[in-house]
Design a protein around this ligand. Structure first.
Ligand code: GLC
Length: 601
């Protein structure tokens, strides 16, 4: 049961695609106050669990902290932070009377989930102009499924995007990229993508390629593709101000950049120096910006990552600056801070809509840093600039089901950690989680220790783990496509699969994947294994580095399982089977006719 309430004059975010009749009167859950902006207050029972909020800090159960939906480029994801890059305003209170709320409001929303008062959920925003959706269901999972249906089908990537990708901020030349390709191929570690960070561009200008470093870009793209490797360039939000640069000149001529109060193009500093922001909230400008992706697609590119689209601005207080520029939406001038959370969404929508015009029906790889609900129809997300910290491996795991609840299925973190120096053991353990995340990408910041899988001496352990991904890949892709087509989740909290199980409710470090398996990665330094809770009898499988695996039946209950650094652990539910294929060096080389089934004893 979904009820839609309208307050004031909401901005049309297009997060929800299904037509729902407006409900008059007061919401069926919570108490609304319009005294100071908008506030809804709901009582929580002692044992209620609160799910949702997508890309947010802390646990799967959000209870006990305060979260702020306001897309923020903050590269220090410490436990005290309240905002990350995404704004996903869907929250579910699970208990004797499960319900969900979606606050469709494009600026800052505060979710106090039992932080000020342990029994009270308070959601507030500055202006009372919003759509409020109240969803009642039989269970938290049922509430999520209903929500997913009204926001439209999640993005489905091409199959190669389930391969493993290597990225690093700092690869500049053809030689740098060849070195990475050689490093993987020579060591027989599978690889499908190498990401191109900002240095492939000419002076950080979007839709340009540095001619000195890539004298014949289309042939270079082809050379890599012939080796089974796609190049995936980054696109940033800010367009460099430079005379003679056609993207800049066209944008100014057509009035497609964000303006300041006096109607001049607004100037913000990002990587290229002074830039303008394409006004992607304006339909025409969105189309214009999206069409530029064609420049790289024509040269053989089949995937992109959109960055700096909160949008980021250097040397200022962005929160203040967001009040100083404007969008033009249907002829109306709208101050950025009022629609702030929609920028990354619409930049990615620009790309997604353009792909449909450029090559209808073809699947492109697309993911973004900033997002709002609705963007899940056009691409995935990566969770931004994490650190090479063990705590971030666990945070990565906890965010996954929450992101799925909000529609984001193609998700992943920078494996090994972006900021700071990784270590061999951390990277191995993180890759063993990455085996299961739809986006499996190793990415690191400029100036950090080399982090490619062949940089740590003996490469066998890395090969074994990444090969495991390829052995499971046809299965994982099938689970993904099914989840997208059925508005379902790829990763679920254990409680969604075992709602009656008291222990399952509290599990924060294991996830259900599809209908057949459970994952329980090791996330502690120097741990030779971990404790795991089995809500039913399961087959404990460990994938070894020589292409073999072990199987052991474990009874329902608590267990300690040993997992060596080179092993990938996995649990199969009783009566279920999953297919394995022989490992391959890239997705195209996977032989799906060689399927072997494991499980179901
Ligand atoms: C941002 C991105 C990061 C990228 C860097 C340089 O910090 O989040 O992934 O490597 O910019 O483009």
């Amino acid at each position: 049961m979904i009820r839609k309430y309208i307050f004031g004059e909401p901005f049309e975010t297009e997060a929800v695609v299904e037509k729902i009749q407006e409900e008059k009167g007061l919401p069926s859950h919570g108490e609304v106050s319009l005294e100071k902006g908008f506030t809804i207050t709901c009582h929580m029972e002692e044992n209620d669990i609160v799910y949702g909020l997508g890309e947010a800090n802390r646990g799967i159960n959000k209870r006990g902290y305060c979260y702020v939906s306001y897309c923020t480029d903050d590269p220090y994801h410490t436990e005290d932070k309240r905002s990350f890059y995404g704004a996903h305003n869907f929250i579910v209170v699970s208990g004797s009377n499960p319900f969900g709320l979606f606050i469709d409001y494009p600026s800052k929303v505060t979710f106090d989930v039992g932080y000020s008062d342990q029994d009270v959920l308070t959601i507030s925003c500055e202006r009372a102009d919003l759509y409020l959706y109240v969803i009642e269901g039989e269970s938290a999972y049922d509430v999520v499924r209903q929500f997913r249906r009204i926001i439209g089908r999640s993005y489905i990537p091409p199959k190669f995007a389930f391969g493993f990708g290597q990225s690093r901020w700092g690869y500049r030349t053809e030689t740098d990229f060849r070195t990475v390709a050689d490093g993987y191929r020579k060591n027989r570690i599978p690889l499908d993508m190498i990401y191109m960070d900002i240095d492939y561009m000419q002076d950080y200008k979007d839709f340009t390629v540095n001619k000195d470093n890539f004298p014949d870009f289309p042939s270079f793209v082809k050379e890599m593709k012939d080796r089974g490797i796609r190049l995936i360039p980054i696109i940033d939000a800010g367009v460099k101000i430079e005379e003679g640069y056609s993207v800049y000149e066209e944008g100014v001529e057509r009035g497609y950049f964000c303006k300041d109060e006096k109607d001049s193009e607004y100037v913000a500093e990002v990587w290229p120096g002074d830039t303008h922001f394409p006004d992607v909230l304006n339909k025409e400008a969105r189309k214009w910006f999206g069409d530029h992706y064609r420049y790289l697609i024509r040269q053989g590119i089949e995937g992109f990552w959109n960055d700096m689209n909160e949008p980021t601005m250097f040397h200022c207080d962005p929160k203040e600056e967001y009040k100083n520029f404007y969008h033009c939406v249907d002829g109306k001038k709208i101050r950025h801070d009022r629609v702030h959370n929609l920028y990354g969404y619409n930049m990615t929508r620009a790309a997604g809509e353009a792909f449909e015009r450029i090559e209808p029906g073809k699947r492109f790889l697309m993911f973004s840093r900033s997002s709002y609900v609705g963007m899940h129809r056009y691409g995935g997300i990566w969770t931004g600039d994490n650190h090479s910290w063990w705590s971030h491996l666990l945070l990565n795991l906890k965010m996954l089901p929450s992101l799925n609840m909000c529609g984001f299925l193609y998700v992943g973190a920078d494996l090994g950690g972006f900021g700071g120096d990784t270590t061999r053991d951390l990277l191995l353990r993180w890759l063993a989680l990455g085996v299961f995340t739809p986006l499996m990408r190793n990415h690191a910041a400029l100036g950090t220790r080399q982090q490619e899988a062949y940089q740590f001496g003996d490469t066998e352990d890395f090969r074994g783990i990444i090969e495991t991904r390829y052995r499971l890949l046809p299965y994982l892709y099938r689970v993904y496509v099914k989840a997208a087509l059925e508005d379902d989740m790829y990763f679920k909290p254990l409680a969604f699969a075992y709602p009656e199980d008291g222990f399952a409710k509290e599990v924060e470090d294991q996830l259900m994947l599809g209908d057949e398996i459970m994952i329980a990665p090791v996330y502690l330094q120097n741990a030779g294994g971990r404790y795991v809770y089995l809500p039913e009898r399961m087959m404990f499988v460990k994938f070894w580095k020589d292409g073999q695996h072990s199987e052991q039946i474990l009874e329902k209950g608590h267990h300690y399982v040993e997992v060596a650094l080179h092993e990938v652990p996995l649990f199969i539910r009783e009566g279920k089977q999953i297919p394995l294929v022989p490992a391959a060096q890239c997705v195209e080389e996977i032989d799906e006719t060689e399927e072997e089934l494991i499980g179901s004893w």
